[in-house]
Design a protein around this ligand. Sequence first.
Ligand code: 5GP
Ligand code: ZN
Length: 137
Amino acid sequence: MRDPNCIFCKIIAGELPARIVDEDERTVAFLDIAPATRGHTLVVTREHVADLLSVDREDLHAAIVASQRLAGRIKQRLGADGVNLVNSCGAAAWQTVFHFHIHVIPRYEGDPLRLPWIPAQGDADEIAAAAAQLAGA
Ligand code: 5GP
Ligand code: ZN
């Protein structure tokens, strides 16, 4: 399925230009138009689904395997020192394009990116309460 108004669907269909660097039966990977660092790549499913919660499991598997493939190339060919995989699910989590994708972000020693949270000791009771809510099927 595709969404006629979706930027990523148009890229997959060849209707919008993009720097495609990898493709398989279920995924396409291309460079982000506004890269966080050099080589910032987006792995998208060929199928149009909004986000992590709606993506087909086989597509999700293919997307994470493609992300691993890209991460290896990014380290080998671009000389990156590390890689972050990022997925934003929902506007509150910074998602702006509602077609499932994984950011593969090359990391270079001394690059300007910073953790989006400030690590600090958590409240043990609150952690336990959250665990109780999340545990189980
Ligand atoms: P999100 O904010 O949904 O996690 O990520 C969407 C990403 O898509 C952003 O990093 C943004 O720069 C990228 N993007 C938006 N429009 C285009 C486009 O037309 N072409 C490409 N290559 N990337 C795009
Ligand atoms: Zn789409």
